[in-house]
Write a new protein. Structure first.
Length: 353
Protein backbone atom coordinates (compact mmCIF):
# COMPACT_ATOMS: atom_id res chain seq x y z
CA UNK A 1 0.00 0.00 0.00
CA UNK A 2 2.88 2.35 0.78
CA UNK A 3 4.36 1.78 -2.67
CA UNK A 4 1.00 2.41 -4.29
CA UNK A 5 0.70 5.67 -2.34
CA UNK A 6 4.14 6.79 -3.52
CA UNK A 7 3.20 6.26 -7.15
CA UNK A 8 -0.11 8.04 -6.71
CA UNK A 9 1.88 11.03 -5.52
CA UNK A 10 4.24 10.68 -8.49
CA UNK A 11 1.37 10.86 -10.96
CA UNK A 12 -0.66 13.40 -8.99
CA UNK A 13 2.02 16.01 -8.31
CA UNK A 14 1.69 17.91 -11.60
CA UNK A 15 -2.09 17.76 -11.49
CA UNK A 16 -2.60 19.23 -8.03
CA UNK A 17 0.14 21.86 -8.05
CA UNK A 18 -1.88 24.72 -9.46
CA UNK A 19 -0.21 27.56 -11.31
CA UNK A 20 3.34 26.19 -11.23
CA UNK A 21 5.80 25.08 -13.88
CA UNK A 22 8.08 22.06 -13.53
CA UNK A 23 11.05 21.09 -15.67
CA UNK A 24 13.47 18.58 -14.18
CA UNK A 25 12.40 14.90 -14.57
CA UNK A 26 9.13 15.83 -16.29
CA UNK A 27 9.81 13.44 -19.17
CA UNK A 28 10.91 10.40 -17.17
CA UNK A 29 7.89 8.37 -18.24
CA UNK A 30 9.26 8.45 -21.80
CA UNK A 31 12.78 7.31 -20.78
CA UNK A 32 12.04 3.71 -19.72
CA UNK A 33 12.87 2.16 -23.09
CA UNK A 34 11.24 -0.47 -25.30
CA UNK A 35 12.22 -3.68 -27.08
CA UNK A 36 14.00 -6.70 -25.66
CA UNK A 37 17.03 -6.32 -27.93
CA UNK A 38 17.77 -2.70 -26.99
CA UNK A 39 17.17 -3.24 -23.29
CA UNK A 40 19.32 -6.38 -23.27
CA UNK A 41 22.37 -4.35 -24.32
CA UNK A 42 21.83 -1.66 -21.72
CA UNK A 43 19.82 0.69 -23.97
CA UNK A 44 22.94 1.54 -26.03
CA UNK A 45 20.82 1.48 -29.18
CA UNK A 46 20.95 4.91 -30.85
CA UNK A 47 23.42 3.63 -33.46
CA UNK A 48 22.06 0.08 -33.84
CA UNK A 49 18.36 0.90 -34.22
CA UNK A 50 17.34 -0.44 -37.64
CA UNK A 51 13.85 -1.85 -37.15
CA UNK A 52 10.37 -0.70 -36.14
CA UNK A 53 11.59 0.23 -32.63
CA UNK A 54 13.78 2.92 -34.18
CA UNK A 55 10.71 5.15 -33.94
CA UNK A 56 11.54 5.34 -30.25
CA UNK A 57 15.35 4.98 -30.10
CA UNK A 58 16.43 6.92 -33.20
CA UNK A 59 13.98 7.78 -35.99
CA UNK A 60 16.78 7.82 -38.59
CA UNK A 61 17.22 4.05 -38.26
CA UNK A 62 13.71 3.45 -39.52
CA UNK A 63 14.90 4.27 -43.05
CA UNK A 64 16.87 1.00 -43.05
CA UNK A 65 13.88 -1.37 -42.90
CA UNK A 66 13.07 -3.35 -46.07
CA UNK A 67 9.65 -4.77 -45.14
CA UNK A 68 6.69 -3.67 -42.98
CA UNK A 69 7.09 -4.57 -39.31
CA UNK A 70 4.87 -4.81 -36.24
CA UNK A 71 6.16 -4.91 -32.65
CA UNK A 72 4.52 -5.31 -29.24
CA UNK A 73 5.74 -5.65 -25.67
CA UNK A 74 4.32 -5.65 -22.14
CA UNK A 75 5.84 -5.67 -18.70
CA UNK A 76 4.75 -5.15 -15.11
CA UNK A 77 6.80 -3.42 -12.44
CA UNK A 78 6.63 -3.37 -8.66
CA UNK A 79 4.73 -6.64 -8.83
CA UNK A 80 1.77 -5.84 -11.05
CA UNK A 81 1.39 -2.27 -9.80
CA UNK A 82 2.67 -0.52 -12.94
CA UNK A 83 1.80 -1.67 -16.46
CA UNK A 84 4.02 -0.62 -19.34
CA UNK A 85 2.78 -1.39 -22.86
CA UNK A 86 4.14 -0.68 -26.32
CA UNK A 87 2.90 -1.31 -29.87
CA UNK A 88 4.18 -0.05 -33.22
CA UNK A 89 3.76 -0.47 -36.96
CA UNK A 90 6.25 0.63 -39.64
CA UNK A 91 6.36 0.36 -43.40
CA UNK A 92 8.94 1.30 -46.07
CA UNK A 93 8.19 3.38 -49.13
CA UNK A 94 10.12 4.27 -52.26
CA UNK A 95 13.38 2.73 -53.42
CA UNK A 96 16.82 3.83 -54.53
CA UNK A 97 17.36 3.99 -58.29
CA UNK A 98 20.32 4.43 -60.61
CA UNK A 99 20.19 7.38 -63.00
CA UNK A 100 20.51 5.91 -66.49
CA UNK A 101 22.36 8.97 -67.79
CA UNK A 102 24.80 9.78 -64.98
CA UNK A 103 25.05 6.31 -63.46
CA UNK A 104 24.67 7.84 -59.99
CA UNK A 105 22.38 6.39 -57.36
CA UNK A 106 19.34 8.49 -56.52
CA UNK A 107 18.12 7.90 -52.98
CA UNK A 108 14.37 7.75 -52.52
CA UNK A 109 14.14 5.16 -49.73
CA UNK A 110 11.94 6.36 -46.88
CA UNK A 111 9.85 4.85 -44.10
CA UNK A 112 6.89 5.74 -41.90
CA UNK A 113 5.81 4.44 -38.50
CA UNK A 114 3.36 4.97 -35.68
CA UNK A 115 4.19 3.88 -32.13
CA UNK A 116 2.11 3.94 -28.94
CA UNK A 117 3.37 3.70 -25.36
CA UNK A 118 1.26 3.55 -22.21
CA UNK A 119 2.53 3.67 -18.62
CA UNK A 120 -0.27 3.22 -16.11
CA UNK A 121 -1.38 2.44 -12.60
CA UNK A 122 -4.92 1.07 -12.74
CA UNK A 123 -7.59 0.58 -10.10
CA UNK A 124 -6.42 3.22 -7.60
CA UNK A 125 -8.96 3.50 -4.75
CA UNK A 126 -10.40 6.95 -4.00
CA UNK A 127 -11.44 6.89 -0.34
CA UNK A 128 -12.13 10.60 0.14
CA UNK A 129 -15.88 10.06 0.50
CA UNK A 130 -15.64 6.78 2.39
CA UNK A 131 -15.07 8.29 5.82
CA UNK A 132 -18.14 10.50 6.02
CA UNK A 133 -21.83 10.19 5.22
CA UNK A 134 -23.83 12.68 3.17
CA UNK A 135 -24.08 14.97 6.22
CA UNK A 136 -20.34 14.95 6.80
CA UNK A 137 -20.64 12.66 9.82
CA UNK A 138 -18.35 9.68 10.22
CA UNK A 139 -19.71 6.14 10.22
CA UNK A 140 -19.17 4.13 13.39
CA UNK A 141 -19.34 0.47 14.22
CA UNK A 142 -20.80 -0.92 17.43
CA UNK A 143 -17.61 -0.12 19.30
CA UNK A 144 -17.85 3.56 18.40
CA UNK A 145 -14.83 3.23 16.14
CA UNK A 146 -14.72 5.20 12.94
CA UNK A 147 -14.95 2.91 9.92
CA UNK A 148 -15.06 3.54 6.18
CA UNK A 149 -18.17 3.26 4.08
CA UNK A 150 -16.90 0.77 1.51
CA UNK A 151 -19.80 1.49 -0.83
CA UNK A 152 -18.49 5.05 -1.24
CA UNK A 153 -15.05 3.96 -2.49
CA UNK A 154 -14.49 4.62 -6.18
CA UNK A 155 -11.55 3.79 -8.43
CA UNK A 156 -9.56 5.72 -10.98
CA UNK A 157 -6.51 5.27 -13.22
CA UNK A 158 -3.28 7.21 -13.59
CA UNK A 159 -1.72 6.87 -17.03
CA UNK A 160 0.75 8.43 -19.43
CA UNK A 161 0.24 7.99 -23.17
CA UNK A 162 2.73 8.86 -25.92
CA UNK A 163 1.99 8.46 -29.63
CA UNK A 164 4.92 8.79 -32.05
CA UNK A 165 4.54 9.54 -35.74
CA UNK A 166 7.86 8.85 -37.49
CA UNK A 167 9.31 9.71 -40.89
CA UNK A 168 12.80 8.63 -42.01
CA UNK A 169 14.75 8.83 -45.24
CA UNK A 170 18.06 7.68 -46.69
CA UNK A 171 20.02 10.72 -47.85
CA UNK A 172 23.07 8.96 -49.25
CA UNK A 173 24.72 5.58 -49.24
CA UNK A 174 25.82 5.95 -45.63
CA UNK A 175 23.66 8.71 -44.13
CA UNK A 176 20.10 8.45 -42.79
CA UNK A 177 17.90 10.98 -41.04
CA UNK A 178 14.47 10.97 -39.43
CA UNK A 179 12.06 12.85 -37.20
CA UNK A 180 9.23 12.22 -34.77
CA UNK A 181 6.19 14.22 -33.87
CA UNK A 182 4.78 12.91 -30.61
CA UNK A 183 1.53 13.54 -28.83
CA UNK A 184 1.52 13.27 -25.04
CA UNK A 185 -1.47 12.72 -22.80
CA UNK A 186 -1.17 12.42 -19.01
CA UNK A 187 -4.18 11.52 -16.86
CA UNK A 188 -4.89 11.09 -13.18
CA UNK A 189 -8.55 10.89 -12.31
CA UNK A 190 -10.24 14.09 -13.44
CA UNK A 191 -6.94 15.84 -14.13
CA UNK A 192 -5.22 15.68 -17.50
CA UNK A 193 -2.32 17.25 -19.36
CA UNK A 194 -1.60 17.44 -23.09
CA UNK A 195 1.56 18.20 -25.02
CA UNK A 196 3.26 17.87 -28.38
CA UNK A 197 6.98 17.30 -28.94
CA UNK A 198 9.53 16.68 -31.69
CA UNK A 199 12.58 14.42 -32.04
CA UNK A 200 15.22 14.49 -34.77
CA UNK A 201 17.82 11.80 -35.41
CA UNK A 202 20.67 10.82 -37.71
CA UNK A 203 22.70 7.68 -38.37
CA UNK A 204 26.00 7.56 -40.22
CA UNK A 205 27.88 4.49 -41.44
CA UNK A 206 31.37 5.83 -40.85
CA UNK A 207 33.20 2.68 -41.98
CA UNK A 208 32.28 -0.78 -43.20
CA UNK A 209 31.32 -2.01 -39.73
CA UNK A 210 31.15 1.22 -37.72
CA UNK A 211 27.83 3.03 -37.21
CA UNK A 212 27.32 6.31 -35.38
CA UNK A 213 23.95 7.64 -34.23
CA UNK A 214 22.40 10.66 -32.53
CA UNK A 215 18.84 11.41 -31.49
CA UNK A 216 17.76 14.77 -30.05
CA UNK A 217 14.55 14.12 -28.14
CA UNK A 218 12.15 16.96 -27.33
CA UNK A 219 14.31 19.12 -29.57
CA UNK A 220 12.28 22.31 -29.10
CA UNK A 221 11.47 21.64 -25.42
CA UNK A 222 8.06 20.02 -24.91
CA UNK A 223 5.32 21.78 -22.99
CA UNK A 224 2.67 19.66 -21.26
CA UNK A 225 -0.26 21.81 -20.21
CA UNK A 226 -2.61 20.57 -17.45
CA UNK A 227 -6.24 21.49 -16.99
CA UNK A 228 -5.31 22.68 -13.48
CA UNK A 229 -3.21 25.52 -14.90
CA UNK A 230 0.07 23.71 -14.24
CA UNK A 231 2.67 23.48 -17.00
CA UNK A 232 5.46 20.92 -17.35
CA UNK A 233 8.52 21.57 -19.48
CA UNK A 234 10.34 18.52 -20.84
CA UNK A 235 13.90 19.53 -21.65
CA UNK A 236 15.83 18.11 -24.62
CA UNK A 237 17.80 14.87 -24.24
CA UNK A 238 20.58 14.03 -26.69
CA UNK A 239 21.16 10.31 -27.22
CA UNK A 240 24.56 9.52 -28.71
CA UNK A 241 25.72 6.08 -29.79
CA UNK A 242 28.31 4.03 -31.62
CA UNK A 243 28.44 0.35 -32.59
CA UNK A 244 30.97 -1.84 -34.36
CA UNK A 245 30.18 -5.26 -35.86
CA UNK A 246 32.79 -8.03 -36.04
CA UNK A 247 32.45 -11.33 -37.89
CA UNK A 248 33.36 -14.05 -35.40
CA UNK A 249 32.70 -17.82 -35.10
CA UNK A 250 30.05 -17.91 -37.84
CA UNK A 251 28.25 -15.08 -36.14
CA UNK A 252 28.43 -11.37 -35.52
CA UNK A 253 29.81 -9.79 -32.35
CA UNK A 254 28.63 -6.21 -31.84
CA UNK A 255 29.78 -3.99 -28.98
CA UNK A 256 27.71 -0.83 -28.59
CA UNK A 257 28.16 2.32 -26.55
CA UNK A 258 25.98 5.31 -25.84
CA UNK A 259 25.24 8.15 -23.52
CA UNK A 260 22.25 10.33 -22.68
CA UNK A 261 23.14 14.01 -22.46
CA UNK A 262 20.64 16.09 -20.52
CA UNK A 263 20.43 19.80 -19.79
CA UNK A 264 18.45 19.84 -16.53
CA UNK A 265 21.24 20.38 -13.99
CA UNK A 266 21.09 16.79 -12.72
CA UNK A 267 24.05 17.09 -10.38
CA UNK A 268 23.16 14.24 -8.05
CA UNK A 269 21.24 11.68 -10.10
CA UNK A 270 23.55 11.57 -13.14
CA UNK A 271 26.73 9.53 -13.52
CA UNK A 272 28.69 12.68 -14.42
CA UNK A 273 27.97 16.33 -15.05
CA UNK A 274 29.60 19.43 -16.42
CA UNK A 275 27.75 22.30 -14.88
CA UNK A 276 24.06 21.94 -15.84
CA UNK A 277 24.87 19.30 -18.49
CA UNK A 278 24.70 15.68 -17.27
CA UNK A 279 25.90 12.43 -18.83
CA UNK A 280 24.47 8.94 -18.32
CA UNK A 281 26.46 6.31 -20.25
CA UNK A 282 25.33 2.89 -21.46
CA UNK A 283 27.26 -0.03 -22.89
CA UNK A 284 26.38 -3.46 -24.21
CA UNK A 285 27.47 -6.35 -26.38
CA UNK A 286 25.56 -8.76 -28.60
CA UNK A 287 26.62 -12.01 -30.22
CA UNK A 288 24.27 -13.13 -32.99
CA UNK A 289 25.00 -16.67 -34.20
CA UNK A 290 24.11 -17.26 -37.87
CA UNK A 291 21.19 -14.83 -37.55
CA UNK A 292 19.40 -17.55 -35.60
CA UNK A 293 19.96 -16.94 -31.90
CA UNK A 294 21.50 -14.00 -30.03
CA UNK A 295 22.80 -13.46 -26.52
CA UNK A 296 23.31 -10.02 -24.97
CA UNK A 297 24.64 -8.22 -21.92
CA UNK A 298 24.86 -4.59 -20.95
CA UNK A 299 25.12 -1.85 -18.37
CA UNK A 300 22.43 0.81 -18.42
CA UNK A 301 22.41 4.46 -17.49
CA UNK A 302 21.10 3.91 -13.95
CA UNK A 303 23.94 1.56 -13.12
CA UNK A 304 22.29 -1.82 -13.47
CA UNK A 305 23.29 -5.03 -15.19
CA UNK A 306 21.15 -6.14 -18.13
CA UNK A 307 21.02 -9.51 -19.88
CA UNK A 308 19.10 -10.68 -22.90
CA UNK A 309 18.54 -13.26 -25.60
CA UNK A 310 16.77 -13.43 -28.91
CA UNK A 311 15.48 -15.97 -31.39
CA UNK A 312 15.18 -15.16 -35.10
CA UNK A 313 12.54 -17.05 -37.04
CA UNK A 314 11.68 -16.46 -40.68
CA UNK A 315 9.16 -13.71 -39.99
CA UNK A 316 9.21 -13.46 -36.21
CA UNK A 317 11.79 -12.16 -33.75
CA UNK A 318 11.33 -12.88 -30.04
CA UNK A 319 13.58 -10.95 -27.67
CA UNK A 320 13.94 -11.26 -23.91
CA UNK A 321 15.66 -8.86 -21.53
CA UNK A 322 16.42 -8.94 -17.82
CA UNK A 323 17.40 -5.93 -15.71
CA UNK A 324 18.73 -6.29 -12.19
CA UNK A 325 17.66 -3.62 -9.71
CA UNK A 326 19.04 -3.67 -6.18
CA UNK A 327 17.98 -0.40 -4.56
CA UNK A 328 14.82 -0.37 -2.44
CA UNK A 329 13.30 2.48 -4.46
CA UNK A 330 13.79 0.66 -7.78
CA UNK A 331 11.24 -1.63 -9.45
CA UNK A 332 12.84 -4.98 -8.59
CA UNK A 333 14.30 -7.38 -11.12
CA UNK A 334 12.46 -6.77 -14.37
CA UNK A 335 11.77 -9.26 -17.17
CA UNK A 336 10.49 -8.17 -20.56
CA UNK A 337 9.59 -10.04 -23.73
CA UNK A 338 9.01 -8.25 -27.01
CA UNK A 339 7.79 -9.64 -30.31
CA UNK A 340 8.53 -8.26 -33.77
CA UNK A 341 6.77 -9.51 -36.88
CA UNK A 342 8.22 -8.79 -40.35
CA UNK A 343 6.01 -9.20 -43.42
CA UNK A 344 8.68 -10.87 -45.55
CA UNK A 345 6.70 -11.25 -48.75
CA UNK A 346 8.00 -9.89 -52.04
CA UNK A 347 4.87 -7.80 -52.55
CA UNK A 348 5.62 -5.95 -49.30
CA UNK A 349 9.29 -5.30 -50.07
CA UNK A 350 10.46 -1.72 -50.41
CA UNK A 351 9.80 -0.43 -53.93
CA UNK A 352 7.69 -3.42 -54.99
CA UNK A 353 5.08 -2.70 -57.59
Amino acid sequence: MKTRFVFILFFALPAVSFGQTFGKYSGEFMAIGIGGRALGIGSAYAALANDVTAGYWNPAGLARIEYPQVAISHDERYGNLINYDYAAFAFPSGSNTVNSESGETEYHAESFAISVIRLGVDGIPDTRKAWADSNGNGLFDDGANLRPDYTAITFFNASDWVVYGTFAQQYSGNFFYGANVKLIRRNIGAFHGTGIGFDVGVQYIAAQNLILGANLQDATTTLVSWNTGTNELISPTLKLGAAYALDLFDGKLTPAFGTDVRFENRRFSAVANLGPVSFDPQAGIEFDYKNTVAVRAGYNDIGNLTLGAGIHLRKLDIDYSFAKFDAADQPGNTHRISIRLTLQEEKYRRGAE
